[in-house]
Design a protein around this ligand. Structure first.
Ligand code: HEC
Ligand code: HEC
Length: 233
């Protein structure tokens, strides 16, 4: 059963131009329509889950995350190709349960939350996560300038325990890889953690371990640490 969720807060946000709202709504409708045809095409019975199903489901992600999964700054969609399966699953479940995208001002998170609801057959989340994790990682397009990487390197020492000295993540601590992710997205997420748009839901155990780290950083320190992460490979 496909739901067509609406996210009224997207259209209510005065900071977005009507044109941008229309185009993101159109994108979501296109993605949902693709998903509907995919599910109906299965013609009775549940589709078999697994990486092939995941590849088919990925068609619905392409309008925002790109065919290569490198993301799209204009749509606030991050790079997802090659992220670890455990992290992809955890985030898709976070969106489905509004542990992410639950704040009324978080328009980008709300958009992704609506999309996550379309993955509603048992095993859809795992299948699409398996496929996305198998995609070759593509370095996302950076858009920011400035920030002091040397100062950022110093504050990055507090991040190492959970994201690794190389920024490639730490599964045991549930810290995702940061390397290769777009700088604008990293900065946006740090702000969301700090402002309590992410990591505040009582059930978001792992987000709660990240939030205090963002709260220690002011805007300049965030820009500096992101400038340092940009230098990692
Ligand atoms: C309508 C546009 C849109 C579509 C379609 C879409 N996404 Fe997203 N996605 C986003 C946006 C915007 C974000 C960033 C949300 C935020 O800022 O918290 C996001 C974030 C994510 C994240 C979090 C990444 C991270 O590093 O934490 C994952 C995982 C993800 N999307 C997977 C998917 C998958 C899988 C699909 C297809 C089933 C999909 N998305 C379809 C817009 C979209
Ligand atoms: C105590 C462990 C811990 C420390 C220390 C930590 N993080 Fe995190 N971080 C996490 C976890 C866990 C997540 C994933 C949260 C979730 O599941 O939503 C995360 C997520 C993030 C994200 C979002 C990534 C994405 O793809 O959406 C960014 C950006 C980030 N951390 C940056 C940092 C920076 C920069 C530092 C150091 C200043 C830092 N973190 C320190 C645990 C930590």
């Amino acid at each position: 059963m496909i739901r067509f969720p609406d996210s009224p807060s997207v259209t209510r946000d005065p900071s977005r131009t009507p044109g941008a709202v229309r185009s993101s709504g159109a994108l979501r409708r296109a993605a949902l329509a693709a998903l509907a045809s995919l599910t109906l095409g299965a013609c009775g019975g549940e589709p078999e889950q697994g990486i092939a199903r995941g590849e088919a489901l990925f068609d619905t992600c392409v309008p925002c995350h790109g065919a290569d999964g490198a993301g799209n700054a204009a749509l606030a969609a991050p790079a997802i190709a090659g992220l670890p399966q455990w992290y992809l699953e955890a985030q898709l479940e976070n969106f489905q349960n509004a542990r992410r995208g639950g704040h009324p001002q978080d328009t980008a998170g709300i958009r992704m939350k609506s999309m996550s609801w379309a993955l509603d057959l048992e095993g859809d989340v795992q299948s699409v996560a398996e496929y996305v994790a198998s995609m070759p990682p593509v370095a996302a397009l950076n858009t920011l300038e400035g920030g002091d990487p040397a100062a950022g390197q110093a504050s990055f020492q507090t991040c190492v325990a959970c994201h690794g000295a190389d920024g490639k993540g730490n599964e045991m601590m549930h810290g995702p890889p940061l390397v290769g992710q777009a700088d604008w997205y990293l900065l946006a997420q740090l702000r969301k953690f700090k402002d309590g748009w992410r990591g505040t839901d009582p059930q978001d155990t792992w987000g709660a371990t990240m939030r205090p780290n963002a709260m220690l950083l002011d805007e300049a320190a965030m820009e500096n640490v992101v400038a340092y992460i940009r230098t990692l490979r």
